[in-house]
Design a protein around this ligand. Structure first.
Ligand SMILES: [Zn+2]
Length: 118
């Protein structure tokens, strides 16, 4: 699955599709488990969600699992939609995107932009 299909996916489509933190979380979850969910604790394959905390819960062992656990995005305190937009900006221009450009386009501090950039 491609996050940013090259054809027929405009910036408007991208903006609409990933406008909420929840839609971004669902995307990250699908990318984290491209062949279907498997619980890292018990191997269970079914999950529910914990809406209040933005987590998923294994239906077998009931452990809570983050869509970003085991990834570079885990525990960063940067919203997933900012990560996604940064990845979009990195990929749409073959020259990439500098930290200063990220800061301007995402309206974040330079410290946050540099963290995402590095
Ligand atoms: Zn489990």
């Amino acid at each position: 699955m491609s996050v940013f299909p090259k054809a027929k996916f405009s910036i408007v489509d991208f903006s609409t599709r990933y406008s909420s933190e929840e839609s971004c979380r669902e995307l990250f979850f699908r990318l984290r488990y491209p062949h279907g969910f498997f619980c890292p604790y018990c191997g269970g394959s079914e999950t529910g969600s914990v809406r209040t905390r933005g987590l998923y819960r294994c239906k077998s062992c009931r452990k809570q699992i983050s869509a970003t656990s085991g990834t570079v995005f885990h525990g960063t305190h940067i919203k997933l939609n900012l990560w996604l937009w940064a990845m979009y900006l990195f990929t749409v221009d073959k020259r990439g995107c500098s930290a200063v450009q990220l800061m301007t386009k995402l309206r974040v501090t330079y410290k946050t932009a540099w963290y995402i950039y590095s």
